[in-house]
Design a protein around this ligand. Sequence first.
Ligand code: TIU
Length: 220
Amino acid sequence: MITVTADPFPFTFDPDHVALLCIDFQRDFMEAGGFGESLGNDVSRLRTTIEPTKRVLDLFRSQGWPVIHTREGHRPDLTDLFPSKRDRGNPSLRIGEEGPMGRLLVRGSAGHGIVPELAPVEGEVVLDKPGKGSFYATDLETILRARGITHLVVTGVTTEVCVQSTVREANDRGFESLILADCTGSYFPEFHESALAMFSAQGAIVGWVGTSDALLDAIP
Ligand code: TIU
């Protein structure tokens, strides 16, 4: 068993039953000209997550532990895009419209891809999802249960949107999540801090919050 220093108390997992979730590290959220910027956000805020997440990815790869990447996006014909999502906010470009990195949040466009620093390698699961939560309308739960995974190390963007939805979905399904504070990020620093505080409050009501260093220090 491996025990990681975390809030509100140490997170213990069996390495035979853990997976790393990398949520939506897509160019559309993390690079200029993408969907995140079209919503008026400063995408540079998310880039601090790349270096620590790469170190955690390298750890999982060297240990042979499973890695699952998710991508938020839609079919090219947009048949899986609810009007309520398409029309939300007041973006300069909407989902499906042509931007500098191709059609925003459309599968197959350059912007939909994961940033090169954290790109999946052979053998890692890449899961496309139409919503914020990674369990909604995907086979993530089936994949985790088929491999006997009970514990998740969670990284990704943005903390209070797709990461928050995913860890709440995981919690309701009985999975235990360790969310890494430095490997998650938001366009809004105060939302990042609030979301992390909400996860670990009330005796880890949603999950545990730790850091990449704490995880790396815990591995013998
Ligand atoms: N807008 C925002 O903060 N996030 C999203 O739209 N999707 C994800 O968080 N991946």
